[in-house]
Design a protein around this ligand. Structure first.
Ligand code: DSN
Length: 420
């Protein structure tokens, strides 16, 4: 049963309640390896389901356009102060609805249409909003893109520097969505300084690792930091902008009134809860375990002949080309989902295939680590994945269903917040 229980919903809208119960059960029974997903605590879930969703509060604490902010103001201040303390920054804005709006606010604060901006290309592991051509950020700005080296699968800092010197961007994004290696914030900062650009670190994927001391922090290197709150950070779906004092006002103005209306106060409260959890010593253990699990899983997959981009991982994420196993990313992901192993198909750098039918798989360990799985279980997951791919190649659905039963049996011993 979903936890907290949803008896009122079940009575008022049984059809919807059933769908929610079904999703909770699905999350309980699957090895959830989508690198950007997690399980939030029951406390975070409770905060998102409160009456704070009823309240409008355009503006910022002490300067609102609606009355009745006696409780909303302290909620937002709590979230802001916890974010500042956790990451060690001068300023935090907790209102962006999600990662893409947060990044758009940075553009609005710093640059004008037509200005040159630089980021990592989407096929190399960047994000749409780092200037990719189908995004507003690639259409409205003159975006130049760096990638990774073909031989190492890693960012080539010489290429980044050469591109920056040639193109003189006003803003450089580092970070992305499919980068299995440590981001060298000091090296990016040096390049940004050389060309007089503002360095923006998008740490959406690794924010929990940064907060938990399992990835170097961009603070002191990037003037602006953007992050979602629901990936490794393990909060509700939302985002934050963190910055030095110099950029605080411009970012706040860009979020509201520049881009957004009223903040989602129930989300703000849940962000505050998640930040409180991330400040506890146990969160450091979780962050270290996420990385240890990813390394162990990467090793076990490589030993089974999976072709890992960059040869392994330093963080929570693994990217691999599965075409050497005789299958493309999409059919592999679909077979794995049937086997109870949930991940996403993904392009790999220099992928000859199309994004909707690419060569690779992206997977990560935040959710299974929260669930309590450890390094000892990683070889078993790799074995299931290998067996599933073989079964898919043989068209053997019965073998895949047998794996799903084994997966559910293992997971039954690991409690899940949100399900009881
Ligand atoms: N959807 C996010 C991810 O999965 O990485 C990026 O926006």
């Amino acid at each position: 049963m979903h936890q907290p229980a949803i008896p009122h919903l079940a009575e008022a809208d049984p059809e919807l309640a059933q769908l929610i119960e079904g999703e909770a059960k699905r999350q309980f029974e699957k090895v959830r390896l989508i690198a950007s997903e997690n399980y939030v605590s029951t406390a975070v879930l409770e905060a998102t389901g409160t009456v704070l969703t009823n309240k409008y509060s355009e503006g910022y604490a002490g300067k609102r356009y609606y009355e009745g902010q006696q409780f909303i103001d302290p909620v937002e201040v709590l979230a802001v102060e916890r974010a500042k303390a956790l990451f060690g920054v001068d300023h935090a804005n907790v209102q962006p609805y999600s990662g893409s709006p947060a990044n758009l606010a940075i553009y609005l604060a710093l640059v004008s249409p037509g200005d040159t901006v630089m980021g990592m290309g989407l096929p190399a592991g960047g994000h749409l909003t780092h200037g990719w051509n189908v995004s507003a950020t690639g259409k409205w700005f003159r975006a130049v893109q760096y990638g990774v080296r073909k031989d190492t699968g890693r960012i080539d800092m010489d290429e980044v520097r050469d591109l920056a010197l040639a193109e003189r961007p006003k803003m450089i994004f580092c970070g992305g969505t499919a980068i299995p290696r440590t981001i060298d914030f000091p090296a990016f900062a040096e390049i940004a300084r050389e060309v007089d650009a503002v360095l923006v670190a998008d740490i959406a994927h690794i924010a929990g690792l940064v907060a938990g001391g399992a990835h170097p922090s961009p603070v002191g290197h990037a003037q602006i930091i953007s992050t979602t709150t629901h990936k490794t950070l393990r909060g509700p779906r939302g985002a934050m902008l963190l910055s030095d004092a110099e950029h605080a006002k411009a970012l706040d103005k860009a979020v509201f009134p520049g881009l957004q209306g009223g903040p989602h106060n129930h989300t703000t409260a849940a962000i505050a809860v998640a930040l409180g959890e991330a400040a506890r010593p146990s969160f450091r253990d979780y962050a270290a375990a996420v990385v240890a699990n990813a390394k162990a899983l990467a090793e076990a997959l490589a030993a089974r002949g999976f072709d890992l981009v960059s040869g392994g991982t330093d963080n929570h994420l693994i990217l691999m080309d599965v075409t050497g196993k005789g299958i493309a990313g999409k059919p592999a992901a679909k077979a794995l989902d049937r086997a109870g192993i949930e991940l996403n198909y993904n392009t790999v750098p220099f992928d000859p295939r199309k994004p909707f039918d690419p060569s690779g798989l992206r997977l990560g360990t935040p959710a299974i680590t929260t669930r309590g799985l450890g390094v000892d279980q990683m070889p078993q997951i790799a074995e299931w994945m290998d067996r599933t791919v073989t079964a898919a190649n043989n068209g053997d659905d019965a073998a895949i269903d047998a794996i799903a039963a084994e997966v559910a049996e293992l997971l039954a011993a690991y409690p899940m917040p949100g399900w009881a």
